[in-house]
Design a binder for this molecule. Structure first.
Ligand code: PEP
Ligand code: MG
Length: 590
């Protein structure tokens, strides 16, 4: 029980932005645009009503433009510009509202409300979570237009004059752009998902946020004391003394961790004997570039582009892909972005399209094999990548290459895509490094032949272990045998790295194996040039690299290569570097 006599309540939501804050709740009132009545418009007034709607859209556009111009936050600018401006120009919203005013002879507010209702319903039906969450963007732009039509004022977050935590049904990027970091410690919302823009912006602002709480605005009142744990997606209302103490301690630990990360993310990743290594980030969605940058990634080493296709009945269009890709490339520039072309099927099955059943999907029509069979899909993506390449530092790689002819064919598709862009008069860049993933034993064995065809290798250990050791990466029964340190895996990596060096091409690793600090000395010693991993893993791996020398890593590798089991290799690593890893972990997360 809290001092005030109120029961402690714990709400669970979605962790949108890491960190902990404790403070008083401030409810953001967004009522006013929801209660809309329908009234008929006389025929001679229809044109005036359409004009009224058009001027409200103009108002919304200039409001958005003002936000963009006044914002110094690059990602936020891109987010608002790309999505919401586009919606205001979209036929779906703009054209249909005018059509409804004209054909149903109703007021603009009602026409807009009914069109938005239909669009939202269609989006909510979409199997793709990212698309479903775009409903929030539709709400935000239609709210802006509606406010002008109805004359209802927007909530004035900029005027808040005390240190608070915002509690809202939803917050638009326009709302969050007004957040004054001196005043707002964090925010929580009823709506929103992991990839909603509100969460992304919270990450950019680096304030804790929990979204998708559903009933926060009903449960919490103005001035209630609340704790927001954006790391675990938890909100505590009326915390007890004991809970407060516990979270204050966690807050201190988190702040310390963040300070270390921020300080270290700018440091060079150099071994003690001065060899530089780039550490990059793996991402699945464009929004993740924010954490990639925050965690100090030197670029995107693996962009798993298939996530934009999964769960959709209709694949994304070239323009949709291009716009997403350009966002990522522009935000990361001049840092490199490695686009891995579509790797669907296998464990990332698409529900449509495969009319026949596959008995053994991991060995089936997956990744490059699928793309070579679906030139329409492949070329659409390649065109989008080449177009995005004109905006920054782009590299491209093909997944699951198991034969020479696949590279030949894939590169021919790339040339065709470039030629068709030239014919269409669209800007693009063909002169980009083209690599392949090494994730099938055949590719390891044929590495010397394949190396002549490409600009780099990237070892995908997740699959290389699966195919090399014949262990289904998703099967619990054999999970104990899924060992990155298995000598067979280490020898495959070594062979690939040796061949790459002999052919003067760089070799990267982007499988999960690269993200373990204890593996860093082994991988450096084996000759890898770049490591790519999930963004959160970057700080510890970077610190590890800074603490070891390439010379001692190479010495250790010699020993490791003579061993017979994964256990023995692990023991050598643990004995030589285990203490270092433990100290780093303690230091950074204590
Ligand atoms: C891999 O196989 O190691 C890899 C990085 O690709 P994915 O995990 O997407 O198959
Ligand atoms: Mg793979």
């Amino acid at each position: 029980m809290q001092k005030s006599g109120k029961e402690e309540i714990v709400l669970k939501g979605i962790n949108a932005s890491a960190g902990i804050c404790i403070g008083k709740a401030y409810l953001v009132d967004r009522s006013g645009v929801d209660v809309i009545t329908r009234y008929a418009i006389a025929e001679k007034r229809i044109n005036a009503e359409v004009k009224r709607f058009k001027s409200a859209v103009q108002y919304a556009k200039s409001a958005l433009r003002a936000i963009i111009e006044n914002s110094s936050r690059e990602v936020q600018k891109a987010v608002i510009l790309e999505t919401q401006m586009a919606l205001l120009n979209d036929k779906m919203l703009y054209g249909r509202t005018i059509e409804t005013i004209e054909t149903e002879r109703v007021n603009a507010e009602w026409a807009l409300k009914s069109v938005v209702g239909r669009i939202k319903a269609a989006f909510q039906e979409m199997p793709d979570a990212y698309m479903r969450e775009r409903v929030a963007d539709i709400t935000h732009v239609s709210d802006l237009v509606m406010r002008h039509l109805t004359g209802v004022e927007a909530p004035d977050i900029a005027r808040i004059d005390k240190r608070v935590i915002l509690v809202a049904h939803d917050l638009s990027p326009a709302d969050t752009s007004q957040i004054n970091l001196e005043r707002v410690k964090g925010f929580i919302t009823n709506l929103g998902g992991k990839t909603s823009h509100t969460g992304i912006i919270a990450q950019t602002l680096e304030i804790p946020a929990v979204v998708g709480l559903e009933t926060a605005t009903q449960t919490i009142h103005n001035d209630d004391v609340i704790i927001v744990d954006g790391t675990d997606g938890v909100v505590v209302v009326h915390p007890t003394e004991k809970t407060l103490l516990e979270y204050e301690e966690r807050q201190t630990r988190f702040e310390r961790y963040k300070a270390v990360i921020t300080r270290e993310s700018h440091l060079k990743t150099e071994t003690t004997d001065r060899r530089h290594f780039d550490v990059l980030a793996n991402i699945e969605f464009p929004e993740e570039v924010v954490s990639a940058i925050n965690y100090g990634a030197a670029g995107i080493g693996l962009y798993r582009t298939e996530f934009q296709y999964l769960g959709r009945t209709v694949f994304p269009s070239e323009n949709e892909l291009f716009e997403n890709y350009r966002d990522v490339v522009e935000v990361m520039a001049p840092r490199p972005v490695i686009f891995r072309t579509l790797d669907i099927n296998g464990d990332k099955a698409i529900h449509s399209d495969l009319s026949h059943d596959e008995q053994n999907p991991a060995l089936g029509l997956r990744a490059i094999r699928y793309c070579l069979k679906r030139p329409d899909v492949f070329k659409t993506q390649l065109r989008a990548i080449l177009r995005a390449a004109a905006f920054g530092n782009v590299r491209l790689m093909f997944p699951l290459i198991s034969a020479y002819f696949e590279i030949q064919l894939a590169k021919r598709f790339l040339d065709d895509a470039a030629a068709s862009l030239a014919a269409d008069g669209l800007p693009y860049k063909r002169d980009i490094p083209v690599g392949i993933m090494i994730e099938v034993p055949a590719a390891v064995v044929m590495a010397d032949v394949l190396a002549k065809e490409v600009d780099f290798f990237s070892i995908g250990t997740n699959d290389l272990i699966q195919y090399g050791l014949a262990i289904d990466r998703g099967n619990k029964q054999v999970a104990h045998m899924y060992q990155p340190l298995d000598p067979a895996v280490i020898r495959m990596i070594k062979h690939t790295a040796d061949v790459a060096r002999a052919n003067r091409i760089p070799v990267h690793m982007c499988g999960e194996m690269a993200g373990r600090p204890l593996h860093a000395p082994l991988l450096l010693g084996l000759g890898l040039d770049e490591l790519s991993m999930n963004p959160q893993a970057i700080p510890l791996v970077k610190r590890m690299i800074r603490s070891i020398s390439l010379a001692e890593s190479k010495k250790m590798v010699k020993k490791a290569l003579s061993l017979r089991t994964a256990r023995e290799v692990f023991e050598v690593l643990r004995d030589s570097f285990g203490e270092l890893v433990a100290n780093h972990r303690r230091d950074m997360q204590a």
